[in-house]
Design a protein around this ligand. Structure first.
Ligand SMILES: [Mg+2]
Length: 359
């Protein structure tokens, strides 16, 4: 089998309320990979909030697409290595990593379709049903909007809900967490997300103010670049730390693990260099009894968690309009079934490309 074309485009997808209070839209950088045997692979990277999507597309088209054309798509690891080493002067983070991720996801889609298997079974499945946590709770929500969102996920059976703690006063954050906790009751555990906004001391102070609330995790306390600081926070606070959505490659995750900087790792398949590297990160974490809860894109991450014995939860942010994908996995009793269609199982809905295309 040979790759005969790679077509890329950017979709700009408006967000529903209340998320739209925080973000106007997300963007998907999409790559459709065609082969001479008629099998087509869909790859995409979700660019949250949309920033940089156009640059991702240019890097994909100009530097990575030429690596793939004419090659056998089933040699995924070989092609991954070639893409990773295509520009030794550009570290595979950020823009370059989003581009490589989209293509790796597309190559695996072809491989699954060629094998006639969903990816999680191709990789050796552990489960076909994955629990999800509801996620959102952005700072621009009023308390009423925050509680309503949390209750929406609880009504779908989610046993966990995660919200942002972005206020500069730790007591204000506690008040918002308490309000949600009261509304959700005993059946739902909560997580909080700092999104890299604090330094070590401010995190220790913030975490102390939340310690008695039985939180499942305390997320991304410091700048993702500073793994030493993340470890310092993890050792100093009583709530388990989760991080990884802005970390790249098995090498960064190895450092997070070795420094015991987190109990939960959250690689993003669209950032951390695709399914290939996310699986490697997952297996590495398993060797250290660290759990994996991938960041966003649950429709893709389900395949990964379904193949990892140390997979924990997928992150459920309910934002996709019904006319974007042909069939979005459905949350029932707080869980998703991993799609059984060959490959990753996702396809763009008819007309979605025309409707949302911005570049
Ligand atoms: Mg986060």
């Amino acid at each position: 089998m040979k790759i005969i074309s790679v077509d890329s485009f950017v979709l700009t997808v408006p967000l529903p309320k209340p998320m739209a209070l925080q973000w106007q839209h997300h963007k998907l950088v999409v790559a459709e990979i065609a082969t001479d045997e008629g099998i087509r692979g869909l790859g995409y990277s979700l660019v949250f909030g949309g920033g940089g999507a156009e640059a991702v597309q240019v890097y994909l088209d100009t530097r990575l697409k030429p690596v793939l054309l004419g090659e056998d798509p089933l040699l995924v690891e070989r092609l991954w290595e070639r893409m990773f080493r295509a520009d030794m002067g550009i570290k595979k983070q950020g823009v370059a990593a989003y581009a490589l991720s989209a293509l790796d996801i597309g190559l695996w889609d072809i491989t699954g379709k060629a094998a006639g298997l969903p990816l999680y079974k191709l990789w050796g499945a552990v489960s076909d049903r994955i629990p999800a946590y509801g996620s959102g709770g952005w700072s621009k929500y009023s308390e009423r909007e925050l509680v309503a969102e949390a209750q929406k996920y609880a009504a779908l059976g989610c046993k966990y809900y995660k919200m942002k703690i972005h206020h500069s006063d730790p007591r204000e954050n506690r008040k918002r967490v308490e309000a949600v906790r009261r509304a959700l009751g005993e059946g739902v555990r909560m997580m909080v997300d700092v999104n890299q906004r604090l330094d070590v001391l401010a995190n220790i102070r913030q975490a102390q103010a939340l310690e008695d609330l039985d939180l499942a995790w305390y997320e991304e306390p410091v700048l993702a670049d500073d793994i030493a600081a993340c470890a310092e926070v993890a050792h100093a606070i009583k709530i388990p730390v989760a991080t990884g959505e802005n970390n790249y490659t098995r090498f960064e995750f190895r450092e997070l693990i070795e420094r015991r900087a987190a109990r939960y790792l959250m690689p993003d398949v669209c950032r951390a260099l695709g399914f290939s590297e996310t699986l490697r990160i997952g297996h590495l974490a398993a060797a250290h009894q660290v759990a994996v809860a991938p960041h966003v894109v649950h429709e893709l991450s389900l395949q990964v968690v379904g193949a990892l014995s140390n997979g924990f939860l997928v992150e459920f942010i309910d934002w996709t309009p019904p006319d974007l994908f042909e069939e979005m996995p459905e949350c029932k009793d707080g869980c998703f079934r991993v799609p059984e269609r060959p490959g990753h199982g996702m396809a763009l809905a008819k007309g979605a490309k025309e409707r949302y295309r911005s570049g």
